[in-house]
Design a binder for this molecule. Structure first.
Ligand code: DP6
Length: 368
């Protein structure tokens, strides 16, 4: 189980729950919505859920028993934030589910219309641009489910997390996770599903290289909206590329075929950033350090291939920012770490405020 939760039920109407959820990094990228209201994507996607101990968000939710209003408040890393329309929608949807339960059973404590306090922290720097919305919204949905004593099945909590942030629906599951785009207008078949568990390919590791710790200029939500409106390449990607890639990468994962997995991963990252360039005005997420990482990995794969006969030893992928995530097998981690540290010697811990540094953040081993 990936997502952990702890619930405290008091005799009164107060309820409190804490949940944690891990980050996931996509190898087939989600980019574009066909419905903003229902948070439905224009293509299916697939990600790996990273080791929870290394990268996680933790959220506590408290229902205030003696409150007279339905106030909802949110603290992120200790600072109170304005609640976005999406989080408001998530809270309203989950309260409605609770209200339906209370209407059916009058012995249940009244929680649906009480104030809700939510506090979330990340154990990694939010500013480093490491997929914090996926883990954050995933554990928010789990914690509200527990605090409101809904006990919903995991797929339903995943669908609710999607209302907060699309990629969050994948963080509810461990291992290799697909988010099928679905075709029904109500979105009921747009769901995340586990393709293979965290123990299926125990040699698989991820390394995160921080190329910049400053927050991205163009948030994903706004960026993908402009892409959907302006990029002809996105239409080609949606119809002619991703469906085949989803099938091929699932097959590669099932067969633990690293060469195929790596090539599809790198091609998909490249196409995602090509789509960003094809957006008008263009979106630049990669920087000069990212380009150097791509060149280095390409060259390294060529050299290693002569030595070990494998086509690829390392795969790179980049989300909506310049930081690289490298997927590789456990036996190759030590050498690749040495290589990265030799080429990018400023080994500064993630979290520095400058845009000028690069270095290894940490080693994230995906499975025990
Ligand atoms: C590049 O899930 O952050 O990381 O649904 O608008 O909240 P919203 O976007 P978000 O987008 C993630 C985009 C990505 C690719 C991916 O994770 O699949």
């Amino acid at each position: 189980m990936t997502v952990q939760q702890k619930t405290k039920k008091a005799r009164t109407d107060t309820a409190e729950a804490t949940a944690s959820a891990p980050v996931n990094i996509a190898v087939i990228k989600y980019w574009g919505k066909r419905s903003e209201a229902l948070m439905l994507p224009t293509n299916s996607s697939l990600s790996l859920t990273l080791d929870q101990d290394q990268l996680q968000s933790k959220t506590s939710v408290r229902v205030i028993a003696d409150s007279e209003s339905e106030d909802a408040r949110l603290w992120l890393n200790g600072k109170e934030e304005k609640i976005t329309g999406r989080v408001r929608n998530l809270v309203a949807t989950m309260r409605k589910l609770r209200a339906d339960l209370e209407a059916k059973d009058s012995s249940l404590p009244s929680l649906a219309n009480k104030a809700l306090h939510m506090a979330s922290i990340n154990n990694f720097p939010t500013a480093a641009g490491l997929a914090s919305s996926a883990s954050g919204l995933a554990c928010l949905a789990v914690a509200i489910d527990a605090a409101l004593q809904l006990n919903l099945p995991r797929p339903q909590v995943s669908a609710l997390a999607r209302l907060g942030s699309g990629s969050a629906c994948r963080s509810l599951f461990g291992g290799f996770v697909a988010w099928d785009m679905g075709s029904k207008p109500d979105g009921s078949d747009s769901v995340a599903r586990q393709v293979a568990s965290e123990t299926h390919w125990p040699e698989m590791c991820a390394l995160i290289l921080v190329a910049s710790a400053t927050q991205k200029e163009m948030p994903s939500t706004a960026g993908m909206q402009t892409t959907v409106e302006t990029s002809p390449l996105l239409q080609h990607r949606i119809s002619a590329v991703v469906p085949e890639r989803m099938q091929s990468i699932e097959k590669a994962i099932q067969a633990r075929d690293f060469d195929s997995f790596a090539e599809i991963t790198m091609r998909d990252s490249n196409q995602f950033h090509a789509v960003c360039l094809d957006t008008f005005p263009p979106i630049f997420y990669l920087n000069h350090v990212s380009h150097r990482v791509i060149s280095l990995i390409t060259k390294y794969n060529e050299v290693k291939s002569k030595e070990n006969g494998r086509k690829y030893t390392v795969a790179y992928t980049f989300d909506a920012g310049p930081n690289a995530v490298l997927y590789l097998l456990k036996d190759d981690v030590a050498e690749v770490l040495r290589l990265v540290n030799a080429f990018f010697p400023h080994n500064v811990a993630a979290g520095a405020a400058s845009d000028e540094y690069y270095g290894m953040a940490k080693q994230f081993v995906h499975a025990p």
